[in-house]
Design a binder for this molecule. Structure first.
Ligand SMILES: Nc1ncnc2c1ncn2[C@@H]1O[C@H](COP(=O)(O)OP(=O)(O)OP(=O)(O)O)[C@@H](O)[C@H]1O
Ligand SMILES: [Mg+2]
Length: 448
């Protein structure tokens, strides 16, 4: 991907919790300070990995900008890419055509992985010859479309010539397969998987892409192999729903936004349970409970909380992490005030981790880390100015000013952000307190 187009997410510098075992290092993996919260999160990560977190949930509570989301992202990184991690905001349950509980149900089921092991007959080898037969599209005279494909695969010293239909040709094009790549083709379904660049070819043709290479597969080309892939319960629900809707979903569309009936989910659960019991067979599965991360937990309402409370207890439940920056507030949908706007029976079963505001040194370290990730440079005075804004206004505000300050520096022909650039953008972009005061002044004038 071109670095020009690389969007720098607010949490892209977080690579983990920065711990050694469960002990947080002061600055590591992009995380700074917040030692207690990070240690607690590291313990939770271990419990999740060992499968002893079922039926529990975590609340991350602390003032805005104190790293709650960062810690959750770090925790997800610690768990690894195979563990599903689903992020929603509490307010999202209101913003859809779907019932609130359906939105939550979907999110919960997206957070549960089903790792499927399957023995399949596949063709596997290095592509040594590739000819895609293109024809003119019957619908669009200016477009040429693939019609069929001829491939020669080599495994060890064995070669096999294959002919594929249009669907295989399309998959080959879509995945950018070229000569010298190792691919697998399922003998029954025709599904194509590009495994990677073959190491033999990578050496010959001085590859610069930095892609990991794979060895030439051993013979024969057509073989039985265990394929492992992870789907979520939600994927399986969608597939099952698609099957039962049949052709109607094609005619009337809208499959995505339709509710999935409890019957369908029950059928999926049944099937998954059977697969789990079939361990060691030709087709079997393991459950990988992931994490459902709900930001702005106080935006959920009483109905959603009751639903979650029950869902956490169910047999197939992910680990739920909720964040909030509210203290005592009303539980939505009621007149009851409660800590973090959450019902006590739910609070009671949560592990609560709190985050604290930062001292000046930590603010400086976090800004330094962000500057590094955004690929820009600041001089010492500019760093001091940003740190001051981070302490006096807010950490987020200071972090946000880095990119515009760099634009100003570049416009002045410099490559390093100077103090004056920071001062200038702080004038141009208001922090919240100042923008509110600004409006108040106008309101007064209007009333006078
Ligand atoms: N301990 C930390 N180490 C590194 N970066 C941090 C840390 N804390 C906060 N940041 C950075 O500061 C910004 C705000 O942090 P974050 O979004 O995690 O706060 P939050 O507690 O989730 O806030 P809110 O309550 O508003 O959701 C982010 O850009 C984040 O990457
Ligand atoms: Mg947050």
């Amino acid at each position: 991907m071109s670095s020009l187009w690389r969007r720098i997410g607010a949490h892209s510098h977080i690579r983990g919790l920065g711990v050694d075992g469960i002990e947080p290092k002061p600055i590591a993996d992009g995380m700074v300070g917040q030692i207690k919260a990070r240690k607690a999160a590291a313990i939770v990560a271990r419990m999740i990995s060992r499968g002893v977190m079922a039926g529990r949930a975590i609340l991350l509570a602390g003032p805005p900008g104190t790293g709650k989301t960062s810690i959750a992202v770090g925790l997800a990184k610690e768990l690894g890419a195979d563990v599903p991690f689903v992020q929603i905001s509490g307010s999202e349950i209101y913003s859809s055509e779907l019932k609130k509980t359906e939105v939550l149900m979907r999110a919960l089921r997206k957070a549960i992985g089903v790792k499927i092991h399957e023995r399949r007959r596949i063709y596997e080898g290095v592509v040594v010859e590739l000819n895609i037969n293109m024809v003119q599209s019957p619908y669009n005279p200016y477009q040429r479309i693939p019609e069929s494909v001829r491939i020669t695969l080599r495994a060890g010293s064995e070669r096999e010539k294959l002919r594929g239909d249009r669907s295989i040709a399309e998959q080959i094009i879509a995945q950018g397969v070229s000569e010298g790549d190792v691919i697998m083709i399922d003998s029954e379904t025709g599904r194509v998987i590009r495994v990677g660049r073959c190491s033999e070819y990578a050496e010959e043709k001085y590859e610069l892409s930095g892609e990991k290479t794979v060895p030439t597969p051993p013979p024969p080309v057509l073989k039985e192999k265990e394929i492992v892939y992870t789907m979520t319960l939600h994927d399986l629900d969608e597939m099952e729903a698609g099957r039962s809707r049949g052709v109607f979903s094609l005619l009337f569309g809208g499959g995505e936004e339709k509710e999935i009936s409890p019957d369908i989910r029950a059928a999926v659960d049944e099937r998954v349970k059977k697969l789990v019991e079939n361990k060691g067979g030709d087709r079997w599965a393991e459950i990988v409970p992931g994490v459902l991360f709900i930001e702005e937990g106080h935006m959920l309402d009483i109905e959603a909380f009751c639903f979650l409370n029950r869902a956490i207890e169910s047999e197939l439940a992910p680990i739920v992490i909720i964040t909030t920056n509210r203290g005592i507030t009303k539980i939505r949908g009621t007149d009851v005030e409660a800590p973090h706007g959450m019902p006590l029976d739910l609070l009671d079963r949560l592990f609560i981790i709190t985050t604290d505001t930062y001292n000046e040194e930590e603010v400086r370290a976090i800004i330094k880390e962000r500057v590094r990730v955004e690929g820009v440079r600041v001089d010492d005075k500019a760093l001091a100015a940003l740190t001051k804004l981070g302490v006096e206004k807010s950490l987020r505000y200071a972090i946000q000013l880095i990119a515009p300050a760099y634009e100003v520096a570049k416009a002045k022909g410099r490559d390093v952000i100077a103090e004056e650039d920071v001062e200038e953008v702080a004038e141009l972009f208001s922090d919240v307190k100042r923008s509110v005061e600004h409006l108040k002044r106008y309101e007064k004038e209007l009333l006078a």
